[in-house]
Structure formats: C-alpha cells, structure tokens
Design a protein around this ligand. Structure first.
Ligand code: ATP
Ligand code: MG
Ligand code: FE
Length: 337
C-alpha cells in the first residue's frame, strides 16, 4: 500500500509518500516563511498563492524521491481542515484531481490527526495512547482508545503554545516563527526572571498562555525602560515557565488515565527543554509508558504525516468522496470506529 499525502493548511506546501503505514519514501516540504516574515505572521492570500505555485513541484519531486511511478500509488490523502480556507483548497483540489485522474481512492485527513500520526511513521503506536499536541494553533491533550478515535481531554483556553512563542518573539525582535530562536536563546541564558505558571495547579488538563504573554510583555517594557533587558535570560525564563506547565499537566494527565504510549506532536515538539523534561518525566514516573517524539522534520507541518494517517484510513477502508469540502474550523473530537 503506497499512499501519497498532501498538506497545505498553513504556510508549508508539502507532499509525502508512505509505504505500508510505516515506511517513509519521500517528504518534500517547501516553506514560505521568508514571504511572511516581514508581516510578522502568515498572510492568508500570500500563503494560498504560494501553495498554488509549489504544489505541482512538490508532487512531482516526492514521486521522484520515492523512486516510484504514479501508477504505483494506491491512494491519495489530503488535509481538509483545520487551516486557512484558501490554503486548504489548493491542496485539496490537487489531491482530488490526482485521485480522479489516477482512479484512486481519496482520503480526507484531519490535520491534527496527521500531527499525531507523524509519530507512527517508524513504528506502531500502542493503544490506548495519549497525545500532547503543541503547535502554532493548538495545545491539546488527545486521548486515543484506538487508532481511529480522538478525544480532546484538555485544551488551551486562549493562545496556543507556539503562538505564545511567536508573540514573545515579536516583542523581543525575533523573526517569525520565533520558537526555534527562543529555544536557542534560552540555552544561552539563565531563567532568573520571575514569571507566572498559569493554571498549573488547577486539577483539570486545560491551559492558558495569554496571561503569561502579558506578564512577559510588562516585564520586557519595564526592563527596556531601565535598559536592563537580558534577552537570553528572558527566553530562558519564558521557556522554563511554559515547559513547567506542560510537564505538570502531562503528569496530571498520565496519572488520571492509563495509557501505553505518550505521543508528542506539532511544531513545539521540537523544543529542546520540553523534550528533555518529557524524557525525564517518563523515566522517573511512568517507566511503562512509551514516549514518542517524532524527528524534527516530522514535527512541523508535512505531507508524510498526512500520508501516514491516510494509510490508516486506507487500511480501514474509510474513503472520502471527491465532493469533500475544506473545513477551516474542523474539530478534533471524532471517532471513526
Ligand atoms: P497547527 O498545526 O495548530 O495548525 P501550525 O501548523 O502553524 O499550527 P506547526 O507548523 O505544527 O504549527 O508548528 C509551528 C510552531 O512551532 C510555531 O509557532 C513555532 O514557533 C513553533 N516552534 C518550532 N520550533 C520550536 C522550538 N524549538 N521551540 C518552541 N517552539 C517551536
Ligand atoms: Mg506551519
Ligand atoms: Fe500544523
């Protein structure tokens, strides 16, 4: 079973190819970051135009990298939500045209399910599993009793973690997206600024990051007035606050429900402190739970993760009609079993 997956929900045009669920044959990712940087965020119209320009290249390049012919493909998968409407439409149209043209089954994929399945590209997930999704638009705990069920058991009440990173980055003059830059600055600094840990001691599994963002903004303004802002220390303090909250809530979640695997997904899964603290948490408190953090290139948006979940849909013969519409606000509480 060879499935091709298309991703165009935000600012990456990407096509991946996966064989037999777990073998990555190709993953071509073109990023538009340069075009959006001067605006400090993703501009939807600019993004759609980019997707239109790159989608065919990505498809051809992925087929070439995979060393297969189009006729070897067994199905086409594509993100249909959540994401930016115009962007989703470009990928979806390309996918449907391909499926119709090659007479192949078509699989509509929820982008967030894709982020989870990035972890499944090199191994079989053990269920029940818990996913911690941390990206530019989401911060969520998702409980999966089996490979086709997704139940949100905790979420952010305001900003997503990645969004908080990007907003703090803008405050201190880092380019968008700022997650990686803050992560690197944090390694050079000391976490000696005092910042709040919002919602950390509440018993539920929800998050809130907008208060932390405001606290950082006030602090930055004050330090700038006095000319004493230490950017690396601020990055370290912010990162420590964020990671402490994420780790504490993850511990709470794992104490509340029993799972065999913890999957971390989304762009923020690339964060070095989060990674090392998660490894520590699992080693000390939950040694029987397997921890899976996908490699860097699979953490951000990519076509391979869409092909990976598409492969699961294919195995279960859950196809989508070619009339499937994009759904920018697609929710993530669903079960296909
Ligand atoms: P969503 O998946 O919710 O629709 P998205 O696709 O924009 O949102 P991703 O591409 O999964 O999100 O992740 C991008 C986010 O990850 C950005 O906010 C970026 O700053 C953040 N990020 C990337 N690397 C790191 C890092 N090392 N530390 C912290 N954040 C990071
Ligand atoms: Mg992105
Ligand atoms: Fe994403």
């Amino acid at each position: 079973q060879i499935i091709l997956g298309i991703e165009s929900s935000c600012d990456e045009t990407s096509v991946g190819i996966v064989r037999n669920e777990h073998e990555l044959l190709a993953n071509v990712i073109t990023s538009q970051i340069k075009s959006h940087q001067r605006f400090g965020g993703v501009v939807p119209e600019v993004a759609s135009r980019h997707h239109l320009e790159y989608i065919n290249y990505c498809i051809e390049e992925a087929i070439k990298q995979a060393k297969i012919k189009k006729s070897d493909l067994n199905g086409i998968a594509c993100t249909y939500g959540p994401g930016l409407a115009g962007c989703l439409m470009v990928g979806l149209t390309a996918a449907k045209v391909m499926a119709a043209d090659l007479n192949l089954p078509f699989y509509g994929v929820n982008h967030m399910a894709g982020h989870i399945y990035a972890a499944a590209i090199d191994h079989k997930i053990k269920f029940p599993a818990l996913a911690l999704l941390v990206s530019g638009g989401h911060t969520e705990f998702v409980y999966m009793k089996d490979e086709l069920s997704f139940e949100i058991i905790g979420t952010t009440l305001d900003d997503a973690v990645g969004e908080a990173y990007d907003k703090i980055g803008r405050l201190i003059g880092f380019n968008y997206p700022a997650g990686k830059t803050i992560d690197e600055a944090a390694k050079k600094g000391t976490a000696n600024y005092e910042l709040p840990r919002p919602m950390m001691n509440r018993p539920d599994l929800n998050f809130s990051f907008s208060g932390l963002k405001t606290a950082v903004r006030d602090l930055v303004e004050k330090e700038k007035r006095h000319g004493t802002l230490e950017v690396n220390d601020l990055a370290a303090s912010f990162q420590e606050a964020v990671v402490e909250v994420l780790i504490s809530k993850t511990k709470k979640a794992l104490n509340q429900i029993s799972v065999r695997e913890l999957i971390v997904g989304g762009g923020v899964a690339a964060n070095s402190l989060l990674k090392s603290k998660l490894i520590e948490l699992i080693q000390i408190d939950f040694p029987h739970c397997q921890l899976t953090i996908p490699p860097l290139r699979l953490c951000g948006d990519n076509g391979a993760m869409i092909a990976a979940f598409g492969s699961v849909l294919a195995k279960n013969q859950i196809t989508s009609p070619l009339t499937l519409d994009s759904d920018p606000g697609l929710s993530f509480n669903f079960s296909l079993t």
